[in-house]
Write a protein that binds this ligand. Structure first.
Ligand code: NAP
Length: 265
């Protein structure tokens, strides 16, 4: 069965995957609310979506700001009921080469955005969507959540938490007519990983990723994981002897830039 959406809200829509998903949905009769922090890039994304006929609103919001997210989303939903909510905003951070531990401030920054920011996005709309008995909530996780990677412990941890949160919500909200999808990308060429030094097997561009995501959402899939080969490869790693996997992983030449993002003061 195919679902069709009339009003999609997307966080992280000023760049990369979020912007590409917005473009994939942009069409006449479609309403899009694009959330990000960078107003200039948000407006550029909005203009591109409007050019395809969509009705577009932008909101420069920080997903770490729980009250601002709640106030905006609740008011928006009253004006224009949301039937597709995509909690996609996220950042990356990692362990500098040779370092033993990650920068604790960077770790708290990524938890604040990738995990708490996703909760701040989803929580305000659960009750209204359930009350209407329709709609879909999607959260962007990562293939890196399937097996801990030695070069980016906090990133993996935040995404693993997002995976379990989405899975937990799914059964609960299904009883109220609201679907939940977990988006599990592999490597997608975006600014997020532009400076990442690492093998990037089967990397794809953001418009291809967006087509896969839209198809999965429209079909009401519980898990939208791509590329499939990398996804199943990562799942295989979870059943191989841990010491063997650690041995090879730790010897990969990987350099993940440390984020400058922090918790909100
Ligand atoms: N690219 C990949 O290979 C890959 C793989 C797996 C999963 N993912 C996940 O996919 C999602 C999108 O990433 P991307 O690759 O598209 O990266 P990107 O191009 O860097 O986009 C990240 C988006 O998140 C927004 N964002 C970051 N912090 C925010 C905050 N505090 N408040 C509001 N918005 C914030 C950014 O908005 P502003 O710039 O306007 O602040 C931007 O729109 C992330 O959750 C990422 O973890 C990406």
């Amino acid at each position: 069965m195919t679902e069709s959406f009339r009003h999609a809200v997307i966080t992280g829509a000023s760049s990369g995957i979020g912007r590409a998903v917005a473009m994939a949905y942009a069409a006449p009769l479609m309403r899009l609310t694009l959330i990000g922090r960078d107003s200039r890039r948000l407006e550029e994304a909005a203009a591109a979506c409007k050019a395809k006929g969509a009705e577009v609103e932008t909101a420069a919001l920080d997903v770490r700001d729980r009250a601002a997210m709640r106030d905006f989303l609740v008011a928006l939903d009253r004006r224009a009921p949301v039937d597709l909510l995509i909690a996609n905003a996220g950042i990356s951070t990692g362990l500098p080469a040779g370092a033993l531990t990650e920068d604790p401030d960077a770790v708290r920054g990524i938890v604040a955005i990738n995990l708490l920011g996703a909760l701040n996005t989803v929580e305000p709309l659960i009750a209204p969507m359930c009350a209407r008995g329709r709609g879909r909530i999607a959260l962007t996780g990562s293939i890196s959540a399937l097996r801990g990677l030695p070069h980016c412990p906090a990133y993996c941890a935040t995404k693993a938490a997002v995976h379990l949160y989405a899975e937990s919500l799914r059964g609960q909200l299904a009883r109220h007519g609201v679907g939940v999808s977990l988006i599990v990308p592999g490597f997608v060429h975006t600014p997020l990983n532009a400076d990442l030094v690492s093998p990037k097997p089967l990397a794809m561009d953001d418009s291809k990723a967006a087509r896969i995501i839209r198809r999965g959402l429209d079909r009401g899939k519980a898990t939208i994981a791509f590329p499939r080969l990398l996804y199943w490869g990562a799942r295989l790693l979870t059943v191989l002897p841990v010491r063997l996997v650690d041995f090879f992983m730790v010897r990969q030449h990987v350099d993940v830039p440390v984020t400058k993002e922090r918790e909100l003061a």
